[in-house]
Ligand binder design. Sequence first.
Ligand code: BDR
Ligand code: CA
Length: 330
Amino acid sequence: MSEKTKVILDVDTGSDDAIAMMLALLCPRLEVLGITTVNGNLPVSNTTENTLRVVELLNAQIPVYLGCAAPLVSELLPQRHLRSAPLSVVTNGKTVCYHREYLTELPAATTKPQPRSAVCYLIDTLLASQGDITIVAVAPLTNLAVAMRADPRIVKKIKRLVIMGGGHLQSNVTSAAEFNFWKDPEAAQIVLQSGCDILLVPLDATHRAYAGAAESRFLRQLHTPVGDVAASLLDFSIEAYNAMEPLDCAPANTAPLHDALAVCAVIEPQVLGNVQFRRVDVDFSGGVCDGMAVIDRRMCTDKPANVHIALDCDRERFIRLLLDTLASAK
Ligand code: BDR
Ligand code: CA
């Protein structure tokens, strides 16, 4: 049997982060060494509690490390974040949002995060490694940027960095930007320019990694705790996308599972399509393009490529791997 791929997950759980964690923790081809949390979809105390809840659901003995509580600098200028699309709306007297404060389908966590911070954990673990750890970052990149600034030696120790973030022809939180990059644009730029081997999974790919009623029914019919929770998270996301963000590249009554696609890309890289090696920079000038991933697609360019970026995905393959893996839970 071939060796498992060692991974560290960096999350801001979060509905789709929770499904991504389930995929990673249940997949026999991955060895999840640890999970770091960060401020993003919710404050870091919430993303950490939600992460612990999912780890406990899976009975996994995986350490969770509390990460950065705020972006590097973007929140020092509050007007910078005023242009974003609403993250919740009230329809028929009911509040619909992308990510609830807590994953209420799961009981409060009984475990605690580790005493060491996420940044220290990343530095210590990477420096002590054989250069064989893949990092899957599906949240604002604050932890990684701080770790790289604090000890740049980690850059060469990261085998591959798979990031869910950015978009080329797709955006979500503003007309220009994707949420994870927009939330901490300086961190995103630091990480993209670090020299790491980076695979970027942007909205162009994740918006095609959607799931809907058929997938939700399949999950419920498993009659397992994992199946029930995943179905409930998916139904919740579908309601949010219907109310706030119907997509032009997906049918109605579906929701994209952004973060799970990034995990899937580690397990089965062929799930990604149209992968190009390009120069990608993140705008952090505070204007209308704040947080935007700028992809240089010119044939002749003076800047070296820094990122493999996937502009498409094989949805059927993704859904098959996701459902088969979630179905393997007892
Ligand atoms: C990203 O933003 C978050 O809301 C999701 O969890 C995903 O990581 C998509 O833009
Ligand atoms: Ca996320």
